[in-house]
Ligand binder design. Structure first.
Ligand code: TRP
Length: 378
């Protein structure tokens, strides 16, 4: 059996550089490697609604943004099936059956759920008047790891390329698969997470030096940012607060400009943009010693990021003029995804013995039994 990929994103905003290094870049490589029999890329609108149920318009408007970002990054609809989660109804049915296999206690222990409950202001006892706190945890949100297990298993995915924050989700999916297979017979495929290759890329900090790029913190560089926006953002980036004058020694640890250079810069870039140094190590050394200013480092970073973002931006411009075609791609992908999910759902129903109408034996056995009893009575 060939390897199958499923992965996706919540459509709550445009995608940014953090998504690019954490997942998009890898997805395109995996797509083009030819190593996978099938690749499913899901726009997880139903999951986005679990914590945006009061703002469906936001989700609705961002589906196209995410689709445009996908296509601009080089996801190719001929090679990858891009689809919209909510339009594959089979996924919700699977989730309903999986709910029997997971305890409330286990969900409560899921680290990602725990962290998100805090981050999103869902709490068990909202303090009155505190508008950042929303009272109670919606069941839909609480159970989204189960829905994610449906997403993955419906496509018989062997491989889920995702960031480290998704590890608890994949772990929970594996547990559900185990439980299902041991209860009903081997039916589901156990998936594995495929983490980004190096640890810098696992989590790109925001431009303000905070742990993560996040829309709500306003510290993102978007794939669709203009050259001017990119320049402004890099120029105001967090560096080393103690590096006041050029002559001062500087720190590269925790310095955003160097973290980004670590993630994106290659030796060739020096030859092209900053031949004073052979490579990043040399440049870091100079920065540490003192005598190297932030502006020079930032200019290099802008050039390096432009190299990545320019072609993405150009492709986006083209796709933006073909919105109908993008929706047609999503619709075609969704039709294909439904067929795959329906086939898995069939197997699941069969394993769970809830395939009544398709089970001719069940009907004929019961019919025969009743005819026999009736014959005996006569
Ligand atoms: N939880 C993912 C995110 O927040 C999106 C997602 C939904 C997903 N279903 C998935 C990712 C299945 C991988 C596999 O971005």
């Amino acid at each position: 059996m060939g390897k199958i990929i499923l992965t996706g994103d919540r459509p709550t905003g445009r995608l940014h550089l953090g998504h690019y290094v954490g997942s998009l870049r890898r997805r395109v490589e995996l797509q083009n490697s030819g190593e996978f029999e099938k690749i499913f890329i899901m726009i997880a609108d139903a999951q986005a609604l679990t914590d945006n149920f009061d703002n469906p318009e936001k989700v609705r408007q961002n589906i196209i943004e995410v689709a445009l970002d996908y296509l601009s990054c080089g996801l190719d609809p001929e090679k990858s099936t891009i689809f919209i989660q909510s339009q594959v109804a089979e996924l919700t049915e699977l989730a309903f059956y999986y709910m029997n296999l997971v305890t409330v206690q286990r969900l409560q222990r899921n680290p990602t759920v725990k962290a998100e409950i805090q981050m999103r202001g869902f709490s068990e006892s909202a303090i009155e008047g505190d508008t950042t706190q929303r009272q109670g945890i919606p069941v839909g949100f609480f159970t989204y790891p189960i829905s994610q297990a449906s997403d993955i298993t419906a496509f018989r995915a062997t491989t889920v390329p995702a960031g480290a924050d998704q590890e608890p989700m994949i772990e929970q999916t594996r547990e559900i698969v185990h439980k299902f297979n041991s209860t009903y017979g081997k039916t589901l495929v156990e998936p594995e997470i495929l983490l980004p290759e190096n640890c810098i890329c696992m989590r790109l900090p925001g431009t303000d030096g905070k742990a993560k790029m996040s829309k709500s913190l306003g510290n993102c560089i978007y794939l669709s940012d203009t050259p001017k926006e990119l320049k402004q953002k890099v120029m105001s980036m967090y560096t080393d607060p103690d590096h006041l004058r050029i002559e001062d020694p500087g720190k590269v640890e925790g310095n955003c400009v160097f973290i980004y250079l670590d993630a994106f810069c290659r030796d060739e870039h020096f030859e092209k943009y900053l031949p004073d140094y052979k490579n990043l190590d040399e440049m870091k050394e100079h920065y540490r010693r003192g005598g190297l200013g932030d502006v020079k480092c930032k200019k290099l970073l802008i050039a390096v990021l432009e190299e990545i973002l320019e072609p993405i931006r150009a492709r986006r411009k083209e796709w933006e003029q073909k919105i109908e075609e993008v929706y047609a791609i999503l619709e075609k992908g969704t039709t294909e995804a439904r067929a795959t999910a329906a086939a898995t759902l069939n197997d699941v129903r069969e394993a769970m013995r809830i395939n009544y109408f398709a089970d001719k034996e069940l009907i004929s056995e019961q019919a025969a039994r009743y005819r026999e009893t009736s014959a005996k009575q006569n």
